[in-house]
Design a protein around this ligand. Structure first.
Ligand SMILES: *Cc1c(COP(=O)(O)O)cnc(C)c1O
Length: 399
């Protein structure tokens, strides 16, 4: 079980890692006096920012840390409300709670991303930000969402953890909101074990985020006075992870191209099956990592999943708000961190509940039972294997 990045480790990653080990410097600052220092994390940040079309990038220790840092960098905290979809990963909600703000859940539509029509219903005088999630690699309806954010003066943070390399209307995901967070864990498009990246074009947010991620230092600990901007913590990426990230980033476009091709092949083979449709794709620039089927009837979805050894998205663990017991029961480490009265309860998002109960994920590049994508193919699957998966799916639908 892994994502496309981890399926594609090769000589490129090995070379970058060996550079680091041979240099002897495993932390991002290495030694400025040693010409052998490799600057992998720094170089990855430069290349990733350029790739995303943003002014800045900060490599971190995780996607979750990247979300938390970004929220704090934008000044989100106690008393604030942050809107986000009820179908995401638990880390999106957890990061909001750890700033002590209150997560307020919004419905998803048949794209399985945030439904713009539900956003305005959830806005109050305390709403400060919208956290959009490009779920399963599908870009959110950013045009509508950004217009709502502008109208209500809300900040936008993109949880792009599942969507590195995707585009929306020609712009790279991560470059559309005020800040964005990516995950580089083993299920994601770029895999380094554990790691993350933040991107932004806002200089103030960049400097604040950098300080939060590195004990209050200035970016790259440069300048006359490198300390004292803010109280920070440590979420730094190390050079070994940076080395792998660098090699993986250079493969990203090629991997996504392969996935989109394989997804199309599978899609074409099953497109004529009655009583089901594919989820709505908000832009051709989606990542192609997952093929999501939405059946007309829950019963049908359940029976097809059972025959294929899979489960509907209602059962995809901590990706569904109502399965997150720790959130539903407000089990924050310290009581009173945010306003539990505003948290969603089971059943609060009827449209989301309904869609997820009828939906099934087929893996194309992200093979992950936890995401409901235990059945399907992977980035190396041959045409024959894709045809076999399609036949199996068609049989399961007939029975
Ligand atoms: C993976 C993921 C995260 C968290 O990333 P980590 O690197 O595991 O901390 C956050 N949000 C979403 C939508 C994710 O898929």
């Amino acid at each position: 079980m892994a994502g496309p990045g981890a399926y594609c480790f090769g000589d490129e990653e090995r070379k970058e890692v060996m550079d680091v080990l041979s240099s002897g410097h495993l932390s991002r600052y290495g030694s400025d006096k040693d010409v052998g220092f490799q600057l992998k994390v720094y170089t990855f940040e430069q290349e990733f920012a350029e790739y995303c079309g943003t002014n800045h990038a900060i490599a971190t220790s995780s996607g979750t840390g990247s979300l938390l840092i970004s929220l704090l960098a934008m000044g989100i905290g106690y008393g604030d409300e942050v809107l986000l979809p009820g179908y995401t990963f638990v880390a999106s909600i957890g990061s909001i709670i750890y700033t002590r703000a209150t997560p307020v859940l919004v419905e998803v539509d048949e794209s399985l991303t945030m439904d713009p029509a539900d956003i305005e219903k959830k806005i109050t005088k305390n709403t400060k930000a919208i956290m959009v999630v490009h779920m399963l690699g599908n870009p959110c309806k950013m045009h509508e969402i950004l217009a709502i954010a502008k109208k209500h003066n809300l900040k936008v943070i993109e949880d792009a953890c599942q969507a590195a390399g995707g585009t929306y209307r020609g712009k790279r995901l991560g470059s559309l909101g005020d800040m964005a967070a990516f995950s580089l864990n083993r299920y994601k498009n770029i895999a380094v074990g554990d790691g993350g990246v933040i991107v932004t074009s806002n200089k103030e947010y960049y400097e604040r985020a950098y300080a939060i991620h590195d004990q209050g230092h200035t970016p790259n600990r440069s300048g006359k006075d490198t300390t004292g901007i803010l109280v920070g913590l440590n979420f730094k990426m190390n050079e070994l992870a940076g080395a792998v990230a660098l090699a993986q980033r250079r493969k990203l476009d090629g991997m996504l191209e392969t996935l989109r091709q394989k997804k199309k092949e599978l899609k074409d083979r099953i497109a004529d099956i009655p009583n089901m449709r594919f989820r709505e794709i908000n832009d051709e620039g989606e990542c192609g990592t997952i093929l999501t089927i939405i059946f007309d009837e829950k019963q049908k979805a359940d029976s097809v999943c059972e025959r294929l050894g899979s489960q509907t998205l209602s059962h995809s663990g901590w990706h569904v708000y109502s399965n997150m017991r720790q959130i539903m029961e407000h089990k924050t480490p310290v009581e009173g961190w945010s306003e539990p009265s505003r948290y969603a309860q089971k059943g609060d998002l009827p449209r989301t509940d309904d869609i997820l109960s009828r939906s099934m994920n087929i893996s194309i590049g992200v093979v992950d039972g936890g995401l409901g994508a235990a059945f399907g193919v992977n980035i190396h699957s041959s045409q024959k294997e894709i045809a076999a998966a399609a036949s199996k799916f068609i049989e399961a639908c007939k029975a």
